[in-house]
Ligand binder design. Structure first.
Ligand SMILES: [Zn+2]
Length: 513
């Protein structure tokens, strides 16, 4: 409002008098638009409207509008009304309502609760001291009682004792995509972002460190998958399946499904299995033709994975993609490279089936090693007692892969009955045995486990005592009680595990004696 002297009065409700001279002759500014009114014009006013600019012709109407559901009526509906009225066309076809980000406990983020997480602090990191200063500055000073203030700041110090580490843009972006399940709010916990930062590091190390030096200089595509080894055919088939999941997920805005499918594929299939299985071939241990084939498959898998990942991790993927060998005429940036589509690769059911078998056997051998404390340097014999003849035939065909560096198994045999003094583990269609005679000193192992059991029981008793104290459970902060409850469960599980393995050892020792 203006008075006759031109003084400006700003107020939440209609003022009676000028705040400077007290005049009652006030006029409201006639040239004001409601904020949502100007926002309603945003889809075309930003493009030069009402002039017929090339920008307007190119970008109006747009395809997708992305926003929060809380301003659906304030903003989205008004953009639609204005667009229809002034340009005769709606400004977009689809509206994607993204999830709202809440704190780890599901509370709305607000400065007065001191629970906001600044994305820049997650990306670049912040010391505890600076974080406390920032939270403190956000708390409303005069209205706060001192003890509440203290409690909020102590909570921050407890939650982030070392401040927040550097996580990088890609890790934050990927985490938000993974957590963006439709119709659900995001509970943002820094530990989740740290988990996906580990994924970024894994990709960096695996591709940048292990793979790059072994890629072919002339990147010709893989032409005949039929002539390839099992791991090669398998990973190309898994790639086909992943692309087939990711594309419809993106079309339907299930960003979390797309991100998780890529995560599973890259970490658990490419890094955990394929790289391990093809390392020998890449280093030339299987001869030149094998090395050549494996490196071509690897390049195909890595290059396609980076393109799949690019929308979720723009920086890391671009940097690595630039390092890959390229042919004349290939795009200059991964940004403008075509997105992988279903049909680029074929699914190979047979390879997937065989590989599932092989993975089961390898995991079984690793479990047996772990349970019996057999280090990787000790070579094992594997005996299989199969009730399913078809399963037996398949495994027999995979013998070279079973007896390899992956398992350190030196020989594989099929048996009719359980061999004496051995560790065992069920597999689909039968049971696997590893003879332990000469490999395990039962006396020593039993003594070691008994000692571990005593420690575990002591730890368990300590947490039990704490948790059965009503004063502790009533007065300690909820997250401390929760942490102790978790420790109680973990310790109980540990005691249980050692007890069982001890009983197993004692039984084996008896069999040997
Ligand atoms: Zn005045």
């Amino acid at each position: 409002w203006f008075c006759e002297h031109g003084h400006v009065t700003v107020a939440r409700s209609t003022p009676d008098v000028c705040c400077e001279c007290g005049s009652r002759d006030l006029t409201r500014d006639p040239d004001v638009l409601d904020t949502w009114f100007s926002s309603a014009l945003w889809p075309f006013s930003t493009l030069g409207w009402p002039d017929k600019t090339p920008q307007l012709a190119t970008f109006y109407p747009n395809a997708v509008m992305e926003t929060g559901f809380d301003i659906l009526f304030f903003w989205v509906a008004r953009m639609l009304m204005m667009g229809t009225h002034l340009l005769g066309e709606t400004p977009f076809e689809k509206v994607f309502l993204h999830a709202l980000v809440r704190d780890a406990d599901g509370r709305k983020m607000s400065k007065s609760l001191g629970n906001t997480i600044d994305p820049l602090d997650v990306i670049e990191g912040i010391s505890l001291e600076d974080l406390i200063k920032k939270v403190e500055a956000g708390l409303p000073p005069e209205s706060e009682r001192e003890d509440r203030r203290r409690r909020i700041l102590d909570g921050v110090a407890r939650k982030y004792p070392e401040g927040i580490e550097v996580h990088g843009t890609d890790a934050l972006r990927f985490t938000l995509a993974v957590l963006a399940a439709q119709g659900r709010d995001i509970k943002l916990d820094i530990s989740r972002i740290s988990g996906f930062r580990a994924f970024c590091n894994k990709i960096w190390q695996a591709i940048g460190g292990v793979v790059l030096p072994h890629l072919p200089q002339d990147p010709a595509p893989v032409t005949d998958p039929a002539g390839l080894e099992l791991p090669d055919r398998w990973i190309l088939s898994r790639l086909a399946q992943t692309v087939a999941i990711v594309n419809p997920a993106l079309e339907e805005f299930r960003l979390n499904d797309a991100a998780m499918a890529i995560y599973q594929f890259v970490w658990h299939e490419v890094c955990d299995w394929y790289l391990e299985m093809s390392k020998g071939a890449l280093y030339g241990r299987g001869g030149e033709a094998r090395q050549e084939a494996a490196s071509r498959v690897l390049l195909t898998v890595i290059e396609t994975s980076l393109r799949l990942l690019h929308p979720f991790m723009p920086f890391l993927t671009e940097k690595l993609w630039q390092e890959l060998p390229r042919r004349a005429g290939d795009p200059e940036s991964i940004m403008i490279a075509p997105y992988p589509k279903a049909g680029d690769f074929a699914v190979d059911e047979g390879a997937e089936h065989d590989m599932a078998r092989l993975q089961e056997i390898i995991s079984t051998v690793r479990t047996i090693r772990g349970e019996n404390n057999l280090p990787p340097s000790v070579e094992l014999s594997l005996k299989l007692h199969m009730t399913d003849p078809e399963a037996a035939a398949r495994i027999a065909g995979l013998k070279d892969y079973v007896c390899s560096n992956l398992t350190r198994v030196k020989d594989l045999a099929f048996v009719d009955a359980r061999p004496p003094v051995c560790a065992s583990c069920p597999v689909a269609g039968g049971e696997a045995f590893v003879p332990l005679t000469g490999l395990v000193d039962f006396e020593e192992e039993i003594a070691r486990q008994k000692k571990a059991l005593a420690t575990a029981q002591k730890d368990l008793a300590a947490v039990q005592a704490k948790m059965s104290n009503p004063k502790f459970t009533a007065n300690a902060p909820a997250e401390v009680v929760e942490e102790n409850r978790r420790r109680l469960e973990d310790n109980a599980a540990r005691v249980d595990k050692i007890t069982r393995s001890l009983a197993h050892l004692e039984e084996l020792a008896k069999g040997q004696g």
